[in-house]
Design a protein around this ligand. Structure first.
Ligand SMILES: [Zn+2]
Ligand SMILES: [Zn+2]
Length: 335
């Protein structure tokens, strides 16, 4: 089959052996796979292994079924939960399957969806209804990340939330916050294209952080936030997020930021603030994300700005290093 494989300094399309289904797994013909910022950064920073196939946001159809698998049929449309989970270890029991040492994660530590086919354990499949586009399966993963972050933020009707940084995950957070009934969702970003996308995703107010800081915005409106979802990894973003929270507010750090933040403890303790890290999701959030996209309750597909074939995927992964107007790109390996 053809796949986008990692090579020193980037990726290229290559012919690789077809995957074979394990006894407890299936082979999925990939219909669509999202290009994630984490893929872009891993390639850019050289955190990949030669020959590795990335792509952890995908859906497709089952084309081969392992000997020990029941309950699935050839042709069934599925979304793939990339996170392997043993379900029994301390990490899995605490809802942190990405920390499970027992099983690989597809498109991260096992071959993923930037390929015509991918081997997937049957336990990581979620069925899609026959009457929706299979492409919807590719939206579940980033939306699950957002649903987990919104859950940790603990906000709902009557609340105000700030999404700091409106890349793909931030935009999914905007959609998830509005779906959770949050009254006022403010998006803050630097790129004009992404700020327009934030408005289209349902943000009530969008701030250009090159012109107005979120602290100035709150000083002008007089309404602090009940939660901030920090998706930017910008230096100083955590400190700024904490400074715009009302009493009892929560800052959820969603961006995989490197380095550290200095936290003013008087404010944290005195105002009863919470600072919590949110990485990935567990199965309940993935299932909820699939439900939200197939029912149309959350129109995550509206975030797609470009669809490419496998041949153009290495170039798209480079272009996403400086996204500008690009928001979310899907690769369609069958195109
Ligand atoms: Zn991702
Ligand atoms: Zn486990």
């Amino acid at each position: 089959m053809r796949a986008v494989v990692c090579v020193p300094g980037g990726t290229e399309v290559a012919e690789v052996p077809d995957p074979v289904s394990a006894a407890d797994g299936v082979v999925v013909e990939v219909a669509a796979c999202g290009l994630c910022g984490s893929d872009v950064h891993a390639i850019e920073r050289g955190h990949t292994v030669e020959g590795q196939v990335l792509g952890h946001e995908f859906g497709g159809r089952v084309v081969e079924i392992g000997a020990g698998v029941t309950g699935w049929r050839v042709g069934q449309a599925v979304a793939v939960d990339p996170l392997g989970s043993c379900g029994a270890c301390r990490e899995c029991r605490r809802g942190l399957p990405f920390r499970c040492a027992g099983l690989p994660n597809i498109g991260i530590t096992a071959p993923g969806g930037f390929a015509e086919y991918a081997a997937v354990p049957a336990a990581q499949l979620v069925a899609l209804p026959d009457d929706v586009p299979v492409e919807l399966g590719a939206h579940a993963e980033p939306l699950a990340v957002a649903l987990h972050a919104v859950e940790l933020a603990g906000v709902g009707p009557g609340d105000a939330a700030l999404v700091y940084g409106v890349g793909t995950i931030g935009l999914n957070c905007v959609m998830a916050l509005k779906a959770a009934g949050v009254d006022l969702v403010v998006g803050a970003g630097r790129s004009a294209g992404r700020r327009a996308a934030a408005r289209a995703a349902g943000a009530d107010v969008v701030i250009d952080t090159r012109e107005t800081s979120v602290a100035d915005h709150v000083a002008a409106t007089g309404r602090p936030f009940d939660a901030v979802l920090e998706c930017s990894a910008a230096p100083g973003a955590v400190e700024e997020a904490l400074s715009v929270l009302g009493s009892g507010g929560t800052c959820v750090e969603v961006a995989l930021a490197e380095g550290s933040a200095s936290v003013p403890l008087v404010g944290l303790v005195g105002a009863g603030l919470r600072l919590v890290g949110s990485c990935a999701f567990a199965r309940p959030q993935f299932d909820a994300a699939v439900r939200a996209v197939v029912t149309g309750r959350i129109a995550a597909g509206d975030l797609i700005t470009e669809r490419v074939g496998l041949d153009d995927t290495p170039d798209a992964l480079v272009r996403l290093r400086t996204p500008g107007e690009l928001v979310r790109v899907l690769t369609l390996p069958g195109a």
